[in-house]
Design a protein around this ligand. Structure first.
Ligand SMILES: Nc1nc2c(ncn2[C@@H]2O[C@H](COP(=O)(O)OP(=O)(O)OP(=O)(O)O)[C@@H](O)[C@H]2O)c(=O)[nH]1
Ligand SMILES: [Mg+2]
Length: 357
């Protein structure tokens, strides 16, 4: 199955000045067939027309490739469409693409007018003036669209960094408040290597890892923390986490931290749990109570009351993680058994080791 980020293959986009420099260099190097028998005036005419045509061809090809190599917004997977909206703005991208594309006929028109003038000119100085006037006018058109090119350059930079996802693969998205231990879990069970730190908002983007279960590749997605507040007040980072839940999750792991060392009270964490349940009623949610090694008993008791079927784990040292992942994979409809999970995550299987010995 192909994993992809539609923005990762966009070739480098040139700035307006780079396009002009590139086209200028091409035009002065343009070769023409010449014969000693033709007059100086005719030679100049041929040279100026050849140079202008080469200049125009180079400018247009750069504009056209810029537009054509940018993925069409109409065909984007909704996850990428939403992230492009959050991180750059779809309208901004569309407007920039449209404006760049629309400058192509303007360039053509200027070129055609000056080529006609060059054909009719009788004086070679006039020809040079005409060619350089044409290049000047085309340069103004390109400079007028410089901001649009810049928008696409920046969009490419940001969007090329998005993770590659395989939309059809079984996908588990881990969500919850900041600092509850999401990355610790995702790092333990998948190929992803998110940074783990004692402070909140460590993860600032959606990160995709993989877990092989038998022959099936399961995507395990780490997300930035989400706070309990109205959607309209959520920032871009939280909205990216919600986009992952909305468009990628076949199963959601919702993690709470009853130790409250994450920095937020359990009540707020459960408000978010309820909200996510309301937002995605059709997606199975596996509740996880993390950090049971340091949770005070009364908080642990109230977490158990709110999420009676939750898995209790210590993500930091793997306790309870195999049981959790066995259920998660089952909920994701992956044909598997505990042995396969144990096989992949054997380094976490302390309990099996203990019983074996
Ligand atoms: N005691 C204990 N600490 C844990 C456990 N799991 C994670 N931590 C610690 O909790 C802190 C936050 O862990 P992260 O995995 O970075 O949390 P996160 O939810 O990804 O945080 P953000 O990316 O900021 O949203 C780190 O200091 C971890 O070492 C656990 O089971 N027990
Ligand atoms: Mg994290």
């Amino acid at each position: 199955m192909r994993s992809f980020n539609p923005f990762s293959g966009i070739p480098t986009i040139m700035t307006a000045e780079e396009i002009l420099k590139f086209a200028h260099e091409r035009s002065v190097r343009a070769r023409m067939k010449s014969s000693l028998r033709i007059s100086r005036v005719e030679r100049t005419r041929m040279r100026e027309i050849t140079r202008l045509k080469e200049f125009v061809r180079s400018v247009k090809s750069k504009l056209r490739t810029t537009v054509e190599s940018f993925p069409s917004m109409e065909h984007l997977h909704p996850f990428y469409l939403e992230l492009a909206e959050i991180l750059v703005g779809i309208d901004r991208i569309r407007r920039a693409l449209g404006a760049i594309y629309n400058s192509i006929p303007v360039v053509d028109e200027i070129a055609n007018r000056h080529i006609e003038a060059l054909k009719l000119a009788s004086d070679y100085r006039q020809m040079k003036r005409s060619r350089s006037a044409a290049k000047g006018r085309i340069a103004s058109v390109i400079r007028r669209t410089a901001a649009n090119l810049q928008t696409l350059i920046e969009a490419r930079q940001v969007l090329a960094k998005l993770p590659s996802v395989t939309p059809d693969s079984p996908t588990v998205v881990c969500a919850g408040f900041p600092n509850v231990g999401k990355s610790t879990l995702v790092r333990a069970v998948s190929t992803a290597e998110p940074t783990i730190a004692y402070y909140p908002f460590t993860t600032r983007e959606v990160i995709v890892g993989h877990l092989m279960v038998g022959d099936t590749m399961v995507q395990v997605v780490d997300t930035p923390g989400i706070l309990d507040r109205p959607m309209s007040e959520r920032n871009d980072i939280e909205r990216a986490a919600i986009a992952a839940l909305k468009y990628l999750a076949h199963v959601i792991i919702f993690m709470v931290d009853p130790s409250e060392t994450c920095g937020w009270p359990l009540d707020e964490q459960f408000n978010l749990y309820d909200e996510i349940g309301r937002m995605f009623p059709l997606v199975p949610i596996c509740g996880v109570i993390n950090k049971v090694d340091i949770a005070p008993p009364h908080h642990l008791a109230s977490a158990r009351e709110r999420m009676p079927d939750a898995h209790e784990i210590v993500a930091k040292d793997g306790q309870g993680v195999i049981e959790l992942m066995t259920e998660v994979v089952e909920e994701a409809d992956v044909d598997s058994n505990r042995e396969q999970i144990v096989g992949t995550l054997s380094f976490l299987d302390r309990e099996t080791d203990a019983t074996d010995s």
